[in-house]
Design a protein. Structure first.
Length: 390
């Protein structure tokens, strides 16, 4: 099977490229490496140093466990993107090629607009290229559970059966995105659902939970294959951030009351879920949604788990509630399901002390690279007081 991974140099993309290649698939990465440029502009860096994309691909191919090709392509450049599809003729396209940070999208108008153009225009470019070049290909698109928000009803998988004034229908589940980034993911889902209905394309939309973890089976095989592990306030997801804070004696900073509940998934399970979706494609004209997560935790619960794991390692940890920079419900109902992936045989990796210890040990091994100044949040969702008084 030929698989094109758009955004294959990123956290989820790189781990997925290695996993699918090891599974015997013919993998091509398409990525313009802009995320590395954004790191430089923001003054941040991943916990462990990253090899260049050339070094990464060469190291993997040299192992003889599979082969990966690389193409430097910007999703906003339609002609270049369509050219890659023409050359590769993929059976499946895994789309990770987006700006993935909610805080990044809320920095200011410029960063919100950059997120919108890269994500929404790039997604539409890919759909048009599929229509014109590879209409039989199966799109596996990384969405986010954040599209749903925190409704006061149970979250279904993409669609909901409703009755209104005596009539029934099955409609897309209502979306309540919490940032400009999440709003672009809603646009993506709407675009994909539309082209499946109108053009007969086929797609699986993976509404993924918050990803954590450092290693997969393949990233351990050579130093050049190490994946990015972000801990800063822009790209560092909450569990990774807590593990780094524990390693350096920084209080675990819980935003607000800590009751914010979200879905979570280990990076090892991310790659396995993508493989399941690729190997079990949607039908022509079908748009389906998989809620891709393993467990639900509140932010406060996660802090307690990390503190417990750290203490078992002999590391003293404190938990500190800080002012929440985000506009979000801090105590709310949150219940959802992932029946579609479980029906394909998905068996989750659960969060335990061993997983947390692995992340903390990675932080300890790279302690000299940790920049304390980028951990605490500086991006606020809330309007400036001066703008309210204007």
């Amino acid at each position: 099977m030929k698989v094109l991974i758009v955004g294959g140099d990123g956290y989820c993309g790189w781990a997925t490229a290695l996993h699918l290649s090891a599974a015997g698939m013919d993998v091509t990465i398409a990525d313009n490496l802009v995320r590395r440029e954004w790191d430089k502009a923001l003054g941040i860096a991943p916990l462990a140093p990253l090899a260049t994309i050339g070094e990464r691909v060469h190291a993997w191919n040299k192992l003889g466990k599979g082969e990966i090709a690389y193409r430097n392509v910007d999703v906003v450049d339609y002609d270049a993107l369509a050219g890659v599809l023409q050359d590769v003729k993929p059976d499946a396209i895994v789309h990770f090629g987006q700006q993935r940070s909610a805080p990044y999208s809320m920095i200011d108008r410029e960063h919100a607009m950059r997120t919108l153009v890269n994500n929404t225009a790039g997604n539409l470019n890919l759909l048009w290229a599929m229509r014109e070049v590879t209409p039989e290909a199966h799109l596996v698109k990384l969405g986010t559970m954040g599209e749903y928000g925190t409704p006061n009803i149970d979250i279904e998988e993409g669609f909901i059966d409703i009755e209104h004034k005596g009539r029934r229908d099955r409609l897309p589940f209502p979306k309540q995105p919490g940032s400009f980034y999440h709003l672009t993911k809603v646009h993506d889902s709407d675009q994909i659902f539309f082209v499946c209905r109108v053009w007969g394309l086929r797609a699986t939309d993976l509404h993924q939970g918050v990803v954590y973890g450092a290693h997969t089976e393949q990233t351990r095989l050579a130093p050049e294959l190490v994946n990015r592990f972000d801990y800063d306030h822009i790209y560092g997801t909450v569990l990774n951030r807590f593990c780094v804070q524990a390693a350096i004696g920084h209080p675990l900073t819980v935003y607000g009351l800590g009751g914010q509940t979200r879905s979570f998934i280990n990076i090892r399970d991310t790659v396995r879920c993508v493989e399941l979706a690729v190997n079990n494609p949607a039908e022509q004209g079908e748009y389906r949604v998989f809620n891709q997560f393993t467990e639900l935790f509140s932010v406060g619960d996660l802090a307690e788990k990390v503190a417990h794991a750290a203490q078992n390692m002999g590391i003293g940890v404190t938990i500190q509630n800080v002012s929440n920079p985000r506009s979000e419900k801090e105590m709310h109902h949150y219940s959802t399901d992932n029946a579609n992936l479980r029906s394909l045989g998905f068996e989750p990796t659960l969060l335990d002390d061993a997983v947390l210890r692995e992340c903390i040990e990675l932080a300890l091994a790279n302690r000299e690279r940790i920049d304390r100044s980028v951990i605490d949040p500086t991006v606020s969702w809330r309007p400036r007081v001066s703008s309210l008084l204007a």
